[in-house]
Design a protein. Structure first.
Length: 177
C-alpha cells in the first residue's frame, strides 16, 4: 500500500516541467498569435507614419516653392511699373537723358528675361481675355476683335500671366448709314 501512496504522491506533485514555466502548446500558439497581431499593428502604424512623414516633406517643399515663386511674382509686378515709367521717359526729346534711360531699360529687361519674365505680344492678334484687358473698342480698318493698340504692356513669367495688357480692340469697319 505504501507503494501506491508513493506513486500517487509522485503523480500529484509538481514536476520539473511545471516549475520551469512550460506552457502547453495551445497557450503557446495563442501567445504567438497575439504577438504577431501586435507586431502587425505596430508595423502598420510605423509604415503609415513613415508615409505621412514623406507626404509632409513633399507638401513643405511645394509650399516653399510656391512662396518663392510668389515673392518673385510680387517683385516682378513692382519692377514692371518702373519699366513703364522708363518707357515713357524714353519718348522724351533730351538725347543724353534718353541714352541713360535706354541703358537702364536694357538692364531691367535683361534682369526680367533671366528670371523668365517676358512681355506679351498683343498688337494685331485676336483679343484674348486671359492675357488682355480691353479698355476701349474702336472702329478701324482691322477686322473685329483684333488688338489695334497697347496702352499698357502685359507680362508673363514662363507660362503664367503676371499682368494683363491693357489694349484697344477693333470693332471692325464703321458701318455707313
Amino acid at each position: 500500500m505504501e507503494e501506491k501512496t508513493e506513486q500517487t504522491t509522485r503523480n500529484t506533485t509538481a514536476g520539473p516541467e511545471q516549475e520551469s514555466g512550460f506552457t502547453p502548446p495551445d497557450e503557446a500558439v495563442t501567445g504567438i498569435d497575439e504577438l504577431q497581431r501586435s507586431y502587425d499593428e505596430l508595423n502598420d502604424r510605423f509604415l503609415r507614419l513613415a508615409a505621412d512623414f514623406e507626404n509632409y516633406k513633399k507638401r513643405v517643399a511645394r509650399d516653399i516653392d510656391a512662396r518663392a515663386s510668389s515673392a518673385v511674382e510680387q517683385f516682378a509686378v513692382e519692377i514692371l511699373d518702373i519699366v513703364d515709367n522708363l518707357e515713357r521717359a524714353l519718348a522724351s526729346d533730351d538725347e543724353r537723358l534718353r541714352e541713360g534711360l535706354e541703358q537702364i531699360h536694357k538692364l531691367l529687361t535683361s534682369i526680367l528675361e533671366r528670371r523668365g519674365i517676358e512681355p506679351l505680344s498683343c498688337i494685331n492678334t485676336p483679343f484674348d481675355p486671359v492675357r488682355q484687358e480691353a479698355i476701349a473698342y474702336v472702329p478701324s480698318e482691322c477686322e473685329e476683335g483684333i488688338v489695334i493698340d497697347e496702352v499698357r504692356r502685359g507680362y508673363r513669367m514662363h507660362d503664367k500671366v503676371l499682368r494683363c495688357a491693357k489694349v484697344a480692340v477693333s470693332q471692325g469697319k464703321k458701318k455707313e448709314e
